[in-house]
Write a protein that binds this ligand. Structure first.
Ligand SMILES: [Zn+2]
Length: 173
């Protein structure tokens, strides 16, 4: 990057700091020509595209905010939600893409929330997947029961049945 003062293309790094809990790196640079110092910030580009088309940086806080209502009155701690948000971010980043839709964020939340609290999961899924009948709830509960039984049983081949996951709404603002 060019020096912001004299536009000289060369600078040397005088200090490097990890910022934002490892999410970014801040470098203090000195221009080799005019000797003035400036700071650069490096982050891995990772953005969420909302349904409105607005693009914004991925935010763990928004993930937490998105599931908070579903967790109301449930024995879920702030720490657990922070871990969930981190898991969701790691999961999404591991796909290697730099943009995800808010739908994909919601979809990534579901399995982690299911592990955390089944009631919160059902609430979140009912909004996110737009449940509109009792049958939708029954199907989701049947899936949860099935999982519980599978986990209780000694190891057998697991059916990889995944419920349809679409029609998000929760994370869209
Ligand atoms: Zn300069």
């Amino acid at each position: 990057m060019h020096c912001p003062f004299c536009h000289n293309p060369d600078s040397r790094v005088v200090d490097t700091r990890i910022a934002d809990d490892g999410a970014s790196i801040r470098r203090r640079r000195e221009c080799t020509a005019c000797k003035k110092r400036f700071t650069t910030l490096e982050t891995s580009s990772f953005q969420v595209v909302k349904r409105s088309g607005v693009v914004e940086p991925f935010s763990r806080n928004k993930v937490v905010a998105g599931v908070l209502r579903a967790c109301q009155g449930r024995p879920v701690t702030d720490d657990q939600l922070a871990v969930l948000a981190q898991q969701v971010e790691e999961q999404l980043r591991s796909t290697g893409v730099s943009n995800v839709s808010s739908e994909e964020v919601g979809k990534a939340i579901l399995p982690f929330l299911r592990e955390l609290d089944e009631i919160a999961y059902l609430r979140f899924a009912s909004v996110y997947r737009a449940f509109n009948s009792l049958e939708d709830f029954e199907a989701a509960i049947a899936t949860l029961r099935g999982r519980a039984q599978e986990q209780a049983k000694p190891k057998r081949t697991r059916s990889k049945k995944r419920a349809r996951e679409d029609a998000p709404t929760l994370l869209d603002d």
